[in-house]
Design a protein around this ligand. Structure first.
Ligand SMILES: C[S@@+](CC[C@H](N)C(=O)[O-])C[C@H]1O[C@@H](n2cnc3c(N)ncnc32)[C@H](O)[C@@H]1O
Length: 371
């Protein structure tokens, strides 16, 4: 199969986590930049990464990279790609674009030039002037950065955070990919206890359970590239069967609780959908009542932030309760994810480490308190 350049896109701040996951899956020659990790592979690797990678947002296939300072260079560079080798003649082409610090700044113009050049390339093979576009979808992106054009095709479709288990969200559910990245950053291993006493829709406990049982996050969902004729269906089937065979039977000790009954019931439903109900002990209770005799566990939470005055005071009370809990639990490490700038003052102690991460566009911090 063809040798490709694959791009795993990610939220800002977690590129190194994505790179580590890719290395653990056996990939090397990784190039890490802002919001993406590029690496060589083939279509089987694109399939494998879509199914297995927990922390990336999408897996793209970079079909070309070239300098384009004017429309002619963009047109010729795009037309030089052998699109006709992989786009069926009824391919539905959806071209999007972005331009950062580049001479070609009109994104709609770049998109139509790219589309025109692809159609020209297809005419080479199919010898017709009109293409129906009623077949499989190809989401093509032209991205210009400092006059370098990169043409990518999305192999994922819906973002990889859509695992398929969350039919119900809480008030402010975390992205599954970000939750998995935070757990990876904590270095939690399944032989330690895990607790999220502010669990909301259960994203942290469910992602922890999937990691502990080695359940591939994309095993039970579909991908846009499954419709492409040049990737045999068997490649997807084999990758899913292999992922299923790698699931471990071990049952980790994961505790999840929340004060809100409605939210809490959703968390339980989500865990059932993810097939990890047997790994998580759910309890409905306030944070202040959380207690355990277990030692050296990991507590990973994203507490409420609070937008209005009353809510902010309520949120700060929770930060103080978390600080009290840290004093009581022997050897436990706490990882707290919040956009609050003065969290440490309310918690009552300075974090051992503090990492800046983005939750969408919101700047947040992951405060590490090492047990
Ligand atoms: C930001 S949300 C957590 C979102 C969660 N990580 C998710 O992905 O869905 C904070 C949660 O804390 C819960 N909460 C607020 N005050 C609480 C308290 N005193 N005790 C327990 N849970 C509380 C809320 O019900 C809410 O579900």
């Amino acid at each position: 199969m063809a040798y490709l350049r694959l791009v795993a896109t990610s939220a800002f701040g977690i590129e190194s986590v994505v790179a580590k996951e890719l290395r653990d899956l056996g990939y090397d020659n990784l190039e890490t930049e802002n919001g993406k990790v590029t690496f060589p592979g083939d279509f089987t690797d694109a399939v494998r990464c879509n199914i297995h990678v927990r922390t990336a947002e999408r897996i793209l296939w970079e079909v070309a990279k070239f300098e384009a300072k004017d429309f002619e260079e963009l047109f010729q560079g795009t037309r030089a790609v052998h699109w006709e080798d992989f786009l069926p003649q009824n391919a539905k082409m959806h071209v999007t674009g972005k331009s950062i610090r580049s001479t070609l700044y009109s994104v709609p113009d770049c998109q139509s030039i790219v589309k025109k050049a692809i159609v020209e390339a297809m005419k080479r093979k199919y010898r017709k002037n009109w293409f129906e576009e009623d077949g499989p979808l190809f989401r093509i992106e032209i991205s210009l950065l400092k006059d370098t054009a990169s043409l990518t095709i999305d192999t994922s479709g819906a973002g990889l955070h859509k695992r398929g288990y969350r039919t119900a969200g809480g008030e402010a559910p975390l992205r599954e990919t970000l939750a998995a990245a935070i757990i990876k950053l904590s270095r939690w291993k399944a032989d330690s206890v895990f607790a999220d006493p502010l669990c909301g829709s259960g994203t942290f406990p469910i992602e922890a359970a999937l990691i502990a049982r080695n359940i591939a996050p994309g095993m039970n969902r579909g991908f846009i590239a499954e419709e492409w004729p040049f990737i045999p269906k068997k490649v997807w089937k084999t990758a899913r069967e292999k992922a299923r065979a790698e699931i471990s039977d071990s049952i980790p000790a994961i505790f999840a609780s929340d004060i809100d009954t409605k939210v809490f019931n959703k968390a339980r439903d989500n865990a059932a959908n993810a097939g990890v109900s047997d790994c998580i002990v759910f309890q409905k209770k306030p944070l202040a009542e959380f207690s355990t005799r277990k030692k050296n566990g990991f507590l990973i939470v994203n507490p409420p932030y609070g937008e209005r005055i009353g809510d902010i005071q309520e949120a700060e009370k929770i930060y103080r309760e978390l600080g009290n809990l840290y004093e009581k639990l022997e050897g436990w490490s706490f990882f707290i994810f919040t956009p609050h700038e003065h969290f440490q003052e309310h918690f009552g102690r300075k974090a051992n480490k503090n990492r800046k991460l983005y939750n969408g566009k919101i700047k947040c911090y992951l405060y590490h308190y090492i047990g």
